[in-house]
Design a binder for this molecule. Structure first.
Ligand code: NAP
Length: 282
């Protein structure tokens, strides 16, 4: 498996390069008995170069951010930390407070990328201004959004949000809807996508359609699912792995080059969209 220096990167609109393969954390920190293993898995991932860590104030109502803060103790500077604010906290007075709470739980002085978790009732223009203020104050380094379909993204840019660094969306071999319009639009704007649930919450790790390809490459279906997402140069994948074995298996996706035959086989099992599919959410 490649060392930290060989990990592929994706460029944010600012020009900064981040690891193309990161780590999700949803449902971590919720069970005391799993805590040590989850922290060990995250630290192992960072050792392997999966230095982008995604979390949210929603996860475990703060318990996950607390676990992430613990996992990153002493290695925070090697990582690119992403967190998300609830839509109801995306206004001008609530956002700075939510950000301070996240910073305290994460035991850090800045969030590298702060996202609006999904669209709520706060006008996008107000969220953009609140994000920009946090950036000017040095509390966050970049901001972005999550779960925004094309019409919302167009509105965001109209509302002054052209500095948006990413849109974190549900995207994997079984959820190809964004390929029709959202991903091409984002590529044209120079906004990379961050694919969440890239192994479909574990279901693609058991997918028969990926098993044969995995065998040919002497790897696992999970690694095939991740390599498939990473075939697009401006997509970041953030699988969640609660064990060291899973994170090591996922890291193998970085060394896996799918062939044209592999891709054709995946297209047959999971056809690309032929028309608009509304963005799905998990
Ligand atoms: P996921 O990463 O597709 O799948 C996670 C599940 O797959 C876990 O049950 C994990 O089990 C299992 N798994 C991971 N690697 C595996 C492997 N190599 N072999 C077999 N099973 C494996 O799903 P997700 O957690 O929903 O999505 C990833 C991250 O995206 C989240 O953790 C979160 O950070 C983010 N997310 C964001 C949103 C949003 O609205 N913005 C929504 C969903 C998710 P173990 O835990 O036992 O390893």
């Amino acid at each position: 498996m490649g060392g930290a220096n060989e990990v592929r990167t994706v460029r944010l609109p600012s020009g900064e390069a981040v690891a193309a393969l990161g780590q999700g954390t949803w449902r971590m920190g919720e069970e005391a008995g799993r805590r040590a293993e989850e922290i060990a898995a995250l630290r192992r991932g960072i050792e392997l170069g999966l230095t982008l860590v995604d979390t949210a104030e929603m996860y475990g109502e703060g318990a996950t951010e607390t676990l992430v803060g613990e996992a990153l103790a002493g290695i925070r500077d090697q990582t690119f930390l992403v967190s998300k604010a609830y839509p109801q906290n995306a206004g001008r007075t609530a956002l700075p407070k939510a950000c301070e709470r996240s910073l305290a739980r994460l035991r850090t002085d800045r969030i590298d990328l702060y996202l609006l978790h999904w669209r709520g009732s706060v006008p996008l223009a107000e969220t953009v201004k609140a994000m920009e203020r946090l950036r000017e104050a040095g509390k966050i380094r970049h901001w972005g959004v999550s779960n925004l379909d094309l019409d919302d993204m167009e509105e965001l840019v109209e509302a002054g949000g052209s500095a948006c660094a990413t849109n974190q969306i549900l995207y994997n071999a079984g959820r190809r809807g964004p390929e029709h319009d959202l991903l091409p639009w984002m590529s044209a704007q120079g906004i990379p996508a961050m694919a969440y649930s890239p192994v479909e919450q574990g279901r693609l790790a058991k997918a028969k359609a990926l098993a044969g390809i995995a065998r040919r490459h002497d790897t696992s279906p999970a690694a095939v699912a991740l390599a498939w997402v990473l075939r697009r140069p401006d997509v970041i994948a953030i699988p969640k792995a609660g064990t060291r074995a899973h994170v090591e298996e996922n890291g193998r996706a970085l060394d896996l080059a799918l062939t044209d035959d592999d891709l054709t086989e995946i297209d047959r099992a999971y056809p690309a969209p032929r028309r608009k599919v509304a963005l799905e959410m998990l």
